[in-house]
Design a protein around this ligand. Structure first.
Ligand SMILES: [Zn+2]
Length: 265
């Protein structure tokens, strides 16, 4: 499918037909591959030609407004507006939709496909930033491995590893030191990935890097003997949308900007 698409893309550099871009994104991200109820793909249809892109982790009134104010024709997000439940067009949901529609702004969401993507995915990007070696798929989500596991080039103390993560994200990590004091074999599951502790233990990993802590997994770290570094749901998921937007610039010459709206979670 992807081999046919480039010939249909208009030759004008710096702009692209929206439907062509959506086809390219759906194909590149393999959105059909994942049984993800979060309606990956074009969630709101806006202007038919894309010249400027904005990227954001979340869809909120503020991110939609900021994208519209920046002159973007398309907002790329990791967390879209739809999560598998019918949703009345009232209250905040109505105001979000109205903001996008009034601005003729397209909204494209890539949730699980953007965690899992081997090139621009949240987990692949973090694995690359940490120079993980001998990487392999890790982190089961409905029968799909959407995270990454691998070895650090050199063992380092859990404290040094956490300091590296803090430098990478700019935020303070929460560390549960249930495993050995040296970090070498690491699994990465962005966002709400604390459920992967048992899988990390089974794979012989000493440390799991994930986003958001969940109370029900507190004892798992200590009883499975796996360190867990919680770097924040938001902070572990800025990587994918930024890399995807950068890829669009590379591919189609579309300028982009990141709309940074940290949640602290
Ligand atoms: Zn998430």
């Amino acid at each position: 499918m992807s081999s046919e698409i480039p010939s249909r893309i208009p030759a004008t550099p710096g702009e692209i037909d929206r439907d062509e871009l959506v086809l390219w994104l759906n194909d590149f991200l393999r959105v059909e591959h994942y049984p993800d109820p979060s309606l990956n793909g074009l969630q709101i249809e806006g202007t038919p030609v894309i010249r400027r892109v904005a990227a954001s982790v979340d869809t909120s009134l503020k991110s939609l407004q900021a994208a519209a104010d920046s002159g973007a024709d398309l907002l790329l997000v990791h967390h879209g507006l739809f999560w598998g439940e019918p949703l009345a067009v009232t209250g905040p949901h109505q105001r979000r939709l109205r903001t996008a529609l009034m601005a003729d702004l397209n909204l494209y969401a890539a949730h699980i496909p953007l965690d899992a993507h081997p090139e621009v995915g949240n987990n692949a990007m973090m694995a690359r930033a940490l120079s993980l070696e001998q990487t392999q798929p890790f982190g089961d989500w409905m029968g799909h491995k959407i995270g990454v596991a691998g070895h650090l080039p050199f063992a380092q103390s859990l404290q040094d590893f956490a300091d590296r993560i803090q430098k990478l994200t700019g935020e303070i990590c929460l560390v549960h030191g249930g495993g050995q004091p040296e970090v070498r074999r690491v699994g990465i599951t962005s966002g709400s990935g604390a459920g992967a502790i048992a899988e990390a233990a089974a794979l012989g990993l000493d440390t799991l890097l994930t986003g958001e802590p969940e109370h029900k997994h507190f004892h798992d770290s200590f009883e499975y003997g796996v360190n867990v570094v919680f770097a924040g749901h938001y902070e572990t998921e800025v990587f994918g949308v930024r890399a995807l937007a950068a890829r669009l610039e590379e591919e189609f010459g579309l300028p982009w900007q990141f709309i940074h709206q940290p949640t602290g979670l």
